[in-house]
Every structure is written in structure tokens, then in C-alpha cells.
Design a protein around this ligand. Sequence first.
Ligand SMILES: [Zn+2]
Ligand SMILES: [Zn+2]
Length: 299
Amino acid sequence: MSQHPTPPDGLPSGEASRPSPPSPPSPSSPHFAPLIQPDLAGLYSRRAARLRTLAEGHDQADYLRLAARVAEVQASLVPEAGGSGPPGAGAMLQQRHWGILLDRLIERLAPDVPAPVATHLAALRDLADAERLYMAQALNMGRFDAVPAAIAPFLWAMLSLQRASAVRAAPVPGSGPAEHASCPLCGSAPVASLILTGDRQGMRYLHCALCESAWHMVRAKCTNCGAAADLDYLSFDTADATVRAESCGVCHGYLKVISLERDPQAEAVADDLATLTLDHAVMEEGYQRTGFNPFALPA
Ligand SMILES: [Zn+2]
Ligand SMILES: [Zn+2]
């Protein structure tokens, strides 16, 4: 793993010597959006395609392909998820609708998954509604240890689909820079941060692990504690790697930064999931991950 300390001008290493990109819209610009809510079906489809690409020759190819299949089913269920329910997940989960979505996911995944996964899916299908609801509520409250790891990602996938649909149906909260450590819409931790291109060239947004929204945060500061004093950028490749871990010597947290400038096909959940070996290396250096991936939920 190579370390790339922040150069004195505050830009991550490898960027300091590049020609300056066009100035991004500043947070004071009328065109600046502190929150982005990507079209859900399009996002899931892009994620699935990216996961299938990253699976080629990958050590965890089977798991990346399973995640791709889940994302494809999520995309297919967007019209059924609706968005008219109450925005609070606790209230939404009381609805039978969520259980129906989960049954649809299980039904559509079952023909395409390896035998051990099919066994877990069958067990999930056969659980009592109350038990499934209890587990989903535990996940929603961050009590990941209350749910078996083999079924948690499937419950999360439907929890996430319903929450993402609900926040898209609700009015977007008032504007203003939203530099929060957790999602300003649902309170979840991020998956990773993304450096965008196009109209938002060079701007950084954190991608929510639950409601699939993204919120703005300036670069070169810790996404967890806000400190800029002791950031480091870690990767296995060169300083130009698409995926790097941004570690903070102040709070000892880290989160990955994924650059669409370096790879326009990159996607937060897919690229994070395909680089979990980087997490192991960064954690061995004594840093704690400050977000999580929907397909690699905390233990
Ligand atoms: Zn969120
Ligand atoms: Zn920090």
C-alpha cells in the first residue's frame, strides 16, 4: 500500500501538479445543490453493470455478481416501491408492503443464486413477518449484530429501496451547505465519497448507504470530524488510483474517496465493495471505517 500525505496546498497528492480543472460551482452559487437524489432505477442499473465489470477476474467475483443481481432486482422493483408512504422508516416498516417487496426480491433472486445463498433466501422467506420486521428495524437502528450476516444484505436492500423511494417522494429540505458526517435526509452513514465530473467537476459528495442520496462536503477535510490537519490518502496503486482511503490522524477514522474524474464508470457501492482488501490494510494501520457498504454491513 502506498501512502500519499496531503501536500501543503491541501490538495490530495497526485493532484497538486495537474493543470487546474475548471472552477466548480461554489456553495454560494445559485446553481449549487447541497443534496443530490439520483434517479433510483438508473442508479441501480449503473451499479449492477459496474459490479459485473469489476467481477471479471476478481477474487470475490461470485459475491460481486450476487450484489449485481440484487441491484438489478432493486431496479425492477422501483415502480412497486412507491414513495407515498410516510418518510419515517419505523412507520413504513409496519406496512405489509415492505414484506411484499421482500418476497418479490427473494422470488426474483432465487433462480440465479448459488445453492448456499438459495438456502439462506429460503430461510428468510419462511421467517414469520414479525421476525423479518424485527430484523429490519434492528438494521435500521444500526444494530447489525442482531441479524445474521447471511441474510442482512437482502433485508437492507429492501429497507434501502423503500427509504430511497420515500425520500424522493418527500419535499427536499431547505437548501444551504449540508456538510454533515451522516446523511441529512435519513441519518445513515455514507458508503464513500465521490469526486464528480461534468457540471459538478471536482466537487465532493458523500453517498448515503441507506437512502441513496448524496450530500456535498468540501474536499481535503475529514468526512467524520471535519479536521483538515492530518489527512492521508492510501491506496495500493499510485497516487492516481480511482479508489483511495482518506484517513484522518485526528479522529483515526477513514472513508474511501472514489474519483469519477479518474474513472467515469465508477460507482460508490460497487467500487467500494470491490476494494475491501484496501479496508483490511487501512484498518491494520489503526484506522476505523466511518461508513459502511450495503453488501458488507458491519458485524
Ligand atoms: Zn440517507
Ligand atoms: Zn477525522
